[in-house]
Write a protein that binds this ligand. Structure first.
Ligand SMILES: NC(=O)c1ccc[n+]([C@@H]2O[C@H](COP(=O)([O-])OP(=O)(O)OC[C@H]3O[C@@H](n4cnc5c(N)ncnc54)[C@H](OP(=O)(O)O)[C@@H]3O)[C@@H](O)[C@H]2O)c1
Length: 263
């Protein structure tokens, strides 16, 4: 298949690109700095980049809610319009487990993105993933520079981006699900357990600092709004094992490529 991967050099997109290429597909990396230059916030380059593509994986991202609205919601509209012209048969959207449960600006944008995809004319699949190990590690590494690890009362179920990429590749090769596929990590942990694990494996010193999260947001996070007890696809690599496999001055020990991203 010829598959376009928007954001194909990002934290997840890089793994998706590698996995689909390994499986023998003809992959095109689309982004502002990709081999196919596109900008979802304007639509530049999409028409040419999507010519003759069978499927599109949208692994783009943006950090601020305003940019995210332009890239993920309005950008999905632009992407789907270009797909309709190019005759793309399958649009694969990457979203987040529980984005409709947890009242955070970025997650509201993700819900908006899902809605645009559901209403688009290209047959679709939505893969909802939990937070990547990469995101947790880079957030903790950034905080540890100040010798503290802020730990809100919340549950997490982080997963290796490489394992999510395997699921994305499987879904992309298959028929459009016209539904959601939830991919999650092997363990549900509190944020404090994640922080202690990070400290133990990296050997870094930092004090855990509980952060109260009041109101509806706090309740949603504490009750596991970002986790799923029975995911459709469950990763095998624990946060501790993933961390131990990373160079400690690389993704696990400093802000990695997804450092400013959200998920
Ligand atoms: N990170 C997580 O923990 C997590 C968890 C669950 C789901 N997700 C979802 O997974 C997706 C990918 O997240 P990620 O963390 O892998 O993202 P990321 O590492 O920040 O990569 C984002 C990619 O998007 C591209 N991009 C940004 N703005 C663009 C634009 N205007 N036009 C075209 N491409 C653009 C970037 O390339 P250029 O800068 O070259 O344009 C980059 O390749 C997102 O939808 C996110 O919500 C993430």
């Amino acid at each position: 298949m010829r598959i376009a991967i928007v954001g194909g050099k990002g934290t997840l997109g890089g793994h998706v690109t590698a996995e689909l290429a390994r499986r023998g597909h003809d992959v095109r990396v689309l982004s502002r700095s990709g081999e196919y230059h596109v900008d979802l916030s304007t639509g530049d380059g999409l028409a040419d980049a999507l010519q003759d593509c069978d499927a599109v994986v949208d692994a783009s991202n943006a950090s601020s809610p305003k940019r995210a609205q332009a890239v993920l919601v309005e950008g999905s509209g632009r992407l789907l319009a270009a797909e309709a012209v190019a005759g793309v048969a399958h649009h694969v959207c990457i979203s987040i487990v529980g984005c409709d449960q947890v009242p955070v600006g970025y997650y509201k944008v993700k819900v908006g993105q899902e809605r645009v995809v559901e209403q688009g004319s290209t047959p679709w699949s939505i893969i909802q993933a939990t937070q990547f190990h990469e995101l947790a590690a880079s957030a903790l590494a950034a905080a540890a520079r100040f010798l503290v690890l802020p730990v809100p009362g919340m549950k997490l179920q982080t997963v290796a981006a490489a394992e999510v990429a395997g699921a994305v590749a499987d879904v992309t090769e298959g028929a459009p699900a016209r539904g959601r596929i939830r991919v999650a990590g092997p363990q549900i942990m509190t944020a404090a357990e994640v922080a202690r694990t990070w400290r133990a494996v990296t050997g870094r010193r930092a004090l855990l600092m509980p952060v109260p999260v009041p109101g509806r947001l706090g309740r949603a996070l504490r009750s596991g709004g970002l986790t799923v007890s029975r995911p459709d696809i469950c990763g095998n690599i624990s946060f501790a094992d993933w961390l131990a496999s990373q160079p400690q001055d690389g993704a696990a020990g400093s802000a990695g490529p997804g450092a400013k991203a959200q998920g």
